[in-house]
Design a protein around this ligand. Structure first.
Ligand code: CTP
Ligand code: CA
Length: 223
């Protein structure tokens, strides 16, 4: 490891990914979003492509160019992303969920711009489907990889997500205070059932190559 090349590690494999934030509309001009830039996910898509995979990236709204050789399908909301993933997942070898999917959406998006007639405004939110957990629960599941962005007890929460969503691998990531979102460097801890590995602070491109190499190894690992 250490950001080394991974040519051929995923040759002939089909990889489905999500990346970026989702935007949840409140009315025709406003939405709820989050601080995901999509850069980690786009770096992983590019690394998977460079490793020889055929890559379909379902992307939320980001200001990034499509990685060369990667098929990018743009979506806006968590429900759009959910539909796009379920439409594409059959026959995939690997699913990597890097998107910062909104956990909640406005229950009733307004058809017209909301006016400031009242002193306070309460918006009811309802939970979005968990795309990653649904992929992992399928009978024909691909090798399923999640990300866990946490501000505290990072490894504890990540291990719990690995087990509760029955993932094959999770990449845990500390966010906030100059780490994780909106920055070029990152550090990850990879966790799988029965093991873990640190990927120390490096560029997102180098981390992405290491992550893809570990995915390729575990894909071939017995059990
Ligand atoms: N994820 C997803 N669909 C959702 C929410 C999350 O596919 N509706 C995926 C993310 O892409 C990520 C993983 O689940 O790979 C973990 O996301 P995270 O927000 O860290 O965890 P949650 O399960 O949403 O739990 P919480 O936000 O309460 O920590
Ligand atoms: Ca979440």
């Amino acid at each position: 490891l250490g950001g080394e090349s991974n040519a051929g590690a995923l040759a002939g494999r089909k990889v489905l990914m999500t990346a970026g934030p989702t935007f949840e509309d409140l009315d025709p001009v406003r939405y709820l979003g989050n601080r995901s830039s999509g850069r980690m996910g786009y770096a992983v898509a590019q690394a998977a492509r460079e490793a020889g995979a055929e890559v379909l990236l379902i992307s939320g709204p980001v200001a990034l160019a499509d990685p060369p050789g990667v098929t990018v399908q743009r979506v806006r909301s968590a429900l759009d992303m959910h539909r796009a993933v379920l439409d594409a997942v059959a026959g995939m070898d690997v699913f990597i969920g890097t998107a910062a999917v909104a956990d909640y959406r406005p229950a009733q998006p307004a058809g017209q711009k909301i006016k400031k007639t009242r002193e306070s405004l309460t918006v009811e939110l309802v939970r979005n489907p968990d795309i990653l957990a649904e992929v992992a629960a399928r009978a024909d599941r691909p090798f399923t990889v999640g990300f866990a962005a946490e501000t505290d007890d990072v490894l504890g929460y990540a291990r719990r997500k690995l087990e509760e969503k029955r993932l094959d691998l999770i990449a845990a990531n500390t966010v906030g205070a100059g780490q994780g979102f909106e920055v070029d460097d990152n550090a990850l801890t990879l966790l799988w059932p029965g093991g873990q590995q640190e990927l120390p602070r490096a560029s997102k491109a180098a981390l992405a190559r290491d992550l893809i190499n570990v995915i390729a190894q575990r894909l071939h690992a017995p059990g």
